[in-house]
Design a protein around this ligand. Structure first.
Ligand SMILES: Nc1ncnc2c1ncn2[C@@H]1O[C@H](COP(=O)(O)OP(=O)(O)O)[C@@H](O)[C@H]1O
Ligand SMILES: [Mg+2]
Length: 494
């Protein structure tokens, strides 16, 4: 037995039973006849509207429908009715307390068992609270969207550079002003570590580790940093001063990121500073080029001396060594001269070898460790200063430029010990640690005068610093508390 038949039967056989049933339902039920006019409302309906059955019958119910919804409501009802189709509609119905409430009304045609159309039956539920919640949600979504659009428009059009980082310091957003400021496009920066792109070096060329960056500290401390003066680096590696403010982005009690707003400092003083950074960078580039040119010339010179002098001397020596047998048998003086000449040639050859070795970075032929071993041995022999070495047992893999730089720094440090320190002992240490080459030269002499360290005529010390710097490393010279001088050099191995 189908449900429709069941209802129909109840309706036919016991109208009272049917009404009792619909009255018990927690919904608003209505029924209409073949003339579209309403013939019945259940208790739920009448309690909702607070009106009597008589008031609602016929078209009376329409008085309770919100005037703005009535037209559509009647149209849907009428057109479904004509086609005998079920319908669903939402409209506002006046509650007995005077307030209009949204209801959902589902209507369906009603037939007797032989198939005669009897009219419509419908059931409604109160969806007011749901409807309001939906509306509130739509409104707040709209508000969020508008706020976002507004923020985006502000960020895109503001004159200050603005970028956002996530908790790891990776770029999540950068505005057009910041793109112009840094010379990097948004696509090039997104997902990259911002510090490594724009803040990796101090204006003097020394590395700026992220751990020392005050702006990034905000990610840990959560305390905003305003108007700090920083020097950032453009894509073309030029430095420029900025004033910037960094604010933490907090969410759920944690710090999830950082927003940085920065403005270029364009006061005369800052412009002068920027020009200074630029000329310093140019000087550094020039110094690096000069060093390279010098190495090239020395190599060339070494090759010339070796090829010309060594060759000629060796030939001369061979000639002389043949002479005594043939000519000089009874000329004692002559043979003495010849052997002294031969000695001189030996001596000169040895000198030529040393000069060539000093000119040409031996390091290129034998590796840094072996070159240092050779150089320190040579130094000890010539200077009579005891030279203790602590070197790795194996060669450190290093490109020729870095090996040469480290080797030249060592040579300069040793020369200084011999010339200025008045030392009896020097200790040379070399190790490879955490991607860097670490070289120290410590003497037990009188100690360096602090003023000499940065004096502008201390070209040897400056050269050491520049050589290390050109690979992103450092070379520091310090007077040791107990006397003596320490040169410590760090050069990244890659
Ligand atoms: N190991 C050292 N012990 C004491 N003084 C030193 C030492 N190394 C350098 N100095 C001082 O630092 C100055 C600068 O050194 P440097 O730049 O190499 O120039 P130079 O060797 O041509 O004098 C030296 O003139 C010397 O006074
Ligand atoms: Mg010197």
């Amino acid at each position: 037995m189908t449900k429709e038949k069941q209802t129909d039967e109840i309706l036919r056989e016991s109208p009272e039973g049917y009404r009792t049933m619909t009255d018990a339902l927690p919904v608003l039920v209505w029924q209409s006849g073949i003339d579209k006019l309403c013939t019945y409302f259940n208790k739920g309906w009448l309690e909702f509207t607070g009106r009597t059955m008589e008031q609602e019958l016929g078209n009376g119910w329409a008085e309770g429908v919100h005037p703005e919804d009535l037209r559509q409501c009647l149209e849907i009802y009428a057109s479904a009715f004509e086609r005998r189709e079920p319908f669903v509609m939402e409209y506002r119905l006046r509650h007995r307390c005077g307030e209009y409430r949204w209801i959902l009304d589902r209507g369906a045609p009603l037939y007797s068992s032989p198939g005669t159309f009897l009219g419509y039956i419908g059931g409604c539920i109160d969806i007011h609270d749901r409807k309001l919640a939906e509306q509130a949600l739509r409104e707040s979504e709209e508000q969020v969207r508008q706020t976002l659009e507004f923020n985006q428009a502000v960020m895109a059009n503001m004159g200050e550079g603005l970028y956002a980082l996530d908790s790891r310091g990776l770029v999540t957003y950068i505005n057009p002003a910041a793109e112009r400021l840094f010379g990097w496009s948004s696509a090039e920066l997104l997902g990259r570590k911002m510090h490594d792109m724009i803040h990796y070096q101090h204006p003097d060329g020394t590395p700026f580790p992220a751990a020392e960056c005050a702006g990034l500290q905000v990610l840990q401390t959560g305390t905003a940093l305003s108007d700090s003066e920083e020097v950032f680096i453009r894509k073309d590696r030029t430095f420029f001063p900025v004033a910037c403010s960094s604010s933490p982005i907090k969410s759920g009690g944690g710090i999830v990121g950082l927003v940085v707003v920065c403005r270029r400092e364009i006061t005369a003083q800052k412009q002068a500073e920027e020009a200074l950074y630029k000329s310093r960078a140019e000087l550094r580039a020039l110094a690096a080029r000069l060093q390279a040119a010098r190495e090239e010339e020395r190599t060339q010179l070494a090759r010339d001396i070796h090829d010309e002098l060594s060759g000629t001397l060796t030939a001369l020596k061979m000639d002389i060594s043949l002479l005594p047998d043939r000519v000089a048998k009874d000329h004692k003086l002559f043979s003495e001269k010849l052997s002294s000449m031969s000695g001189l040639i030996d001596h000169t050859l040895a000198r030529v070898h040393t000069i060539v070795a000093e000119l040409r970075p031996v390091v290129l032929d034998v590796g840094l460790v072996a070159a240092i071993e050779w150089q320190t041995g040579e130094f000890q022999e010539r200077s009579e200063i005891v030279c203790e070495t602590h070197l790795p047992t194996e060669e450190i893999p290093l490109d020729p430029e870095r090996s040469t730089a480290a080797f030249r720094i060592l040579q300069e440090a040793l020369t200084n010990v011999a010339r200025h320190a008045n030392a009896t002992k020097v200790v040379v240490d070399l190790r490879s640690e955490a991607g860097s080459l670490i070289l120290t030269v410590r003497d037990n002499g009188k100690g360096i005068d602090e003023k000499a360290i940065y004096a502008h005529n201390s070209m040897g010390l400056l050269g050491m610093r520049e050589r290390a710097l050109s690979f992103g490393g450092t070379a520091e010279v310090t007077a040791l508390p107990g006397g003596g001088t320490l040169v410590s050099v760090t050069i990244p191995t890659k």
